[in-house]
Design a binder for this molecule. Structure first.
Ligand code: HEM
Length: 414
């Protein structure tokens, strides 16, 4: 056993047992971050803040929520919203965080894409990020079901039905997921378990991997410059802080990030108090009714681009039915961002504005995602069908043809 001597204070007492000073050095005060980064690099900390808010408000809501088809709607809309003190506030914070976390995740993802942060040893950061995206999508979908309103019920019916198209096992799989022939009490209780227990546990584990995978390759920077972190850290520690290209995670990086988190929270609290409607569908304030289908079923805004790809193919092509093409494209769209490190193997590691073809690809993708999201919200029919088809084909073209082609061209040019 290590030598334990009379401690000089609390920190020394803890140091002798837990090596806290060493741990803090490794995790924060000597964990090096490049200096040349901008506000877009604060998105990771804003996402962490939103996740913490979701967990805290989730615990508060959990004290009153009842996972039973006969009680769920009233436990949310009456008990929490009208009877529990500040229940409305916890619910608004939870709902607005759930929606805004996707906006920030998209910005974070596009930043990583723009600066090539998925390349050269950063693949696990990227892949774990995309697994987080899937975890949050599953969290959002399962959470949306809990108030047991009209949209909860019908979105659950439509989405679980999609699995029915899988050859051979489809129909059995749908029944297995629902726990019944139709969406009902068994479906609600299992999605409740996923939402409050299994998915948060998996998410926390993946978050740990996401943070840990940054350790060796370090955070990327605005010029994608390859920095020798050991040399720069030594310069910093010798006292030449201005000359060094790096700063420690704490206080250098985090203190600035907290400022961005502060600005963000002003915008966030404005949404929570005065503009929460966008995060709560009005149709969901009607209790679930299996006998009354809403005239227009659509998902939350952050799933719209993928939903539009699902319904964008409205005619059969070469004997393959429109619905099958839509489903295959929908499944591909779900995996497309995950496999970007595979599709783009170009040796050029640089921000998009230094890669002319990639720059065009990036902005075409952003325009396509926005167009698909707008089209996903409007009812089908007429010109909208053709626009949906065109932008869905463009999405597939960007990932299947254009990105690998750019990668090959850049490889040839060296
Ligand atoms: C709620 C989910 C997420 C959290 C809490 C989170 C958190 C973080 C944090 C704290 C960082 C370091 C600082 C920064 O660059 O912002 C980071 C970096 C990164 N994240 Fe995430 N992230 C999440 C989701 C994602 C997603 C969906 C992706 C998309 C693939 C992603 C990809 C990346 C990449 C590529 C980096 C490295 C950036 C660089 O090297 O410059 N993350 N993340």
């Amino acid at each position: 056993m290590a030598q334990i001597h009379k401690s000089t204070g609390v920190i020394d007492w803890l140091d002798q047992r837990l090596a806290v000073t060493k741990l803090m050095k490794v995790l924060v005060s000597e964990y090096w971050i490049p200096k040349n980064i901008n506000f877009l690099w604060a998105m990771g900390v804003i996402l962490t803040t939103l996740f913490m808010l979701l967990v805290i408000t989730g615990f508060l809501l959990l004290m009153y929520y009842k996972p039973d088809v006969n009680l769920a709607f009233d436990s949310v809309n009456k008990t929490i919203m009208q009877e529990v003190e500040y229940g409305w506030l916890w619910r608004h914070i939870h709902a607005v965080s759930a929606s805004v976390i996707f906006l920030i995740m998209y910005i974070h993802l596009l930043t990583g894409l723009y600066y090539g942060s998925y390349k050269k040893g950063r693949e696990i950061i990227w892949i774990s990020g995309m697994v987080l995206f899937i975890c949050f999508s599953a969290e959002a979908f399962s959470g949306y079901m809990l108030p047991w309103g009209q949209m909860s019920y019908w979105a659950a019916t439509v989405i679980t039905q999609l699995f029915g198209a899988i050859p051979v096992i489809g129909p059995d799989l749908v029944e297995w997921i629902r726990g019944d022939y139709a969406v009902g009490d068994a479906t609600l209780t299992r999605f409740f378990m996923l939402h409050v227990c299994l998915l948060p546990l998996v998410t926390i584990a993946v978050l740990v991997i996401h943070f840990y995978s940054l350790r060796i390759p370090h955070v990327n920077n605005e010029t994608s410059e390859e920095i020798d972190f050991e040399v720069e850290a030594e310069i910093y520690l010798k006292g030449d802080k201005a000359k060094s290209k790096v700063i420690p995670f704490w206080p250098g990086f985090l203190a600035k990030d907290f400022m961005y988190v502060g600005f963000f929270m002003i915008f966030f609290m404005y949404l929570v108090c005065f503009n929460y409607g966008f995060a709560m569908d009005p149709i969901n304030f009607e209790p679930a009714n299996p006998l009354k289908t809403p005239p227009h079923i659509y998902p939350e805004w952050y799933f719209l681009w993928q939903y539009e790809i699902l319904r964008g193919f409205f005619f059969d092509i070469f004997g393959i039915t429109a619905s099958n093409i839509g489903l295959i494209s929908f499944a591909f769209a779900g995996a497309a961002f995950m496999i970007i490190p595979l599709l783009d193997q170009s040796p050029v590691v640089a921000p998009a504005h230094k890669r002319p073809l990639f720059f065009i690809w990036f902005w075409l993708l952003v325009i396509d995602l926005i167009a698909l999201s707008i089209l996903g919200k409007v009812p089908t029919g007429g010109i909208m069908d053709w626009l949906g088809f065109g932008f869905s084909v463009l999405f597939l073209f960007l990932f299947i043809v254009m990105l690998p082609a750019i990668s090959i061209i850049e490889k040839r040019r060296g």
